[in-house]
Write a protein that binds this ligand. Structure first.
Ligand code: NAX
Length: 331
């Protein structure tokens, strides 16, 4: 039998946490043959609720779950973890300035970076979910310099999956037949969902999405805004933000990273830019990536038209501004 993998979930008493931990304990993230030990971190006001989640995990009697650590101590939570899913953060409340929210999250991610750097297992893989996800991941990277930059990522897989879902609905095809959409840039409303390289499986081979949809106006406008605004639409409908889809996408992100993307398929991940596609180096930016043997690489050489270029630059611009704002919170 395999040795258990230790998976940290921060913000585990929150709504994404509640959807995510049972998925991990069922093997959705790391495979049906991979035992896990869950480490759950939250803050003291949520300690009792966190303990309730732990009780439910025990009650569910998951065969793969070999242990649960539930704590409000970041060092205890981070010790020995192989995977860290950072869902905890400070939410934007009504009337709060952007800078105040940024400042709270910068200090959270700075201190959790240190705890991970000093106590996580070597080669720990990190996924930041909490917003502003790209910039929180960047701060985490800056303050955990001994963790390789390639081990620190943020979640844009939910946006990627939303894009697949929209194409599937529009063409009335199974979502599993749609692939290779791209989310470029920030996990925010400036993200650019790009279908120019996306295909659908048909009996006569893979066909470009553009050829099948036959409606460039829809693809260039409504499709893009629907994906960009989907988070807000869920809040409007549910009076709560996305949780099951965020949790499921976080599992997809880690699973593909650890267990490989299928041949010929890429996914979107927020990663540290090396300047590919003329995206400024040093931003945490969502790119198309393929994963093999536990490492992602940016898919290179895709042709970029003028329409795409503008949208890719606009979201990069927003990330540069967020980066400056975050740095201004440090001084
Ligand atoms: P909740 O408010 O339900 O849960 C957040 C939890 O984090 C709370 O239990 C809170 O006590 C805890 N927390 C706060 N500060 C902490 C700290 N310093 N250490 C550990 N835990 C801490 O929010 P939820 O709906 O679960 O969303 C969590 C985060 O995901 C939010 O930042 C949200 O904006 C972000 N999202 C990101 C998405 C993405 O695709 N990247 C999509 C979904 C989601 O909106």
């Amino acid at each position: 039998a395999k040795d258990p993998v230790r998976v940290l979930v921060t913000g585990a008493a929150g709504q994404i946490g509640y959807a995510l931990v049972p998925m991990i304990a069922r093997g959705i993230m790391l495979g049906a043959d991979q035992p896990v030990i869950l480490h759950m971190l939250d803050i003291p006001p949520a300690a009792e609720a966190l303990n309730g989640v732990k009780m439910e995990l025990v009650d569910a009697a998951f065969p793969l779950l070999k242990g649960v650590v539930a704590t409000t101590d970041a060092v205890e939570a981070c010790t020995g973890v192989n995977i860290a899913v950072m869902v905890g953060g400070f939410p934007r409340k009504e009337g709060m300035e952007r800078k105040d929210v940024m400042s709270k999250n910068v200090s959270i991610y700075k201190s959790q970076a240190a705890a991970l750097e000093q106590h996580a297992a070597p080669n720990c893989k990190v996924l930041v979910v909490a917003n502003p996800a790209n910039t929180n991941a960047l701060i985490l990277k800056e303050f955990a310099p001994s963790i390789p930059a390639k081990n620190i990522t943020c979640l844009t897989r939910l946006d990627h999956n939303r894009a697949l879902g929209q194409i599937s609905e529009r063409l009335n095809v199974p979502v599993s037949d749609v692939k290779n959409v791209i989310i470029w840039g920030n996990h925010s409303s400036t993200q650019y969902p790009d279908v120019n390289h996306a295909t659908v499986k048909t009996p006569s081979g893979d066909k470009p999405v553009r050829e099948l949809v036959k409606d460039d106006a829809w693809l260039n406008e409504e499709f893009i805004t629907t994906v960009q605004q989907r988070g807000a639409a869920i809040i409007k409908a549910r009076k709560l933000s996305s949780a099951l889809s965020a949790a499921s996408s976080a599992c997809d992100h880690i699973r593909d990273w650890v267990l490989d993307t299928p041949e010929g398929t890429w996914v979107s991940m927020g990663v540290y830019s090396d300047g590919s596609y003329n995206v400024p180096a040093g931003l945490m930016y969502s790119f198309p990536v393929a994963c093999k043997k536990g490492e992602w690489t940016i898919v290179q050489g895709l042709p970029i038209d003028e329409f795409s270029r503008k949208k890719m630059d606009a979201t990069a611009e927003e990330l540069s501004e967020e980066k400056s704002l975050a740095y201004s919170c440090l001084s």
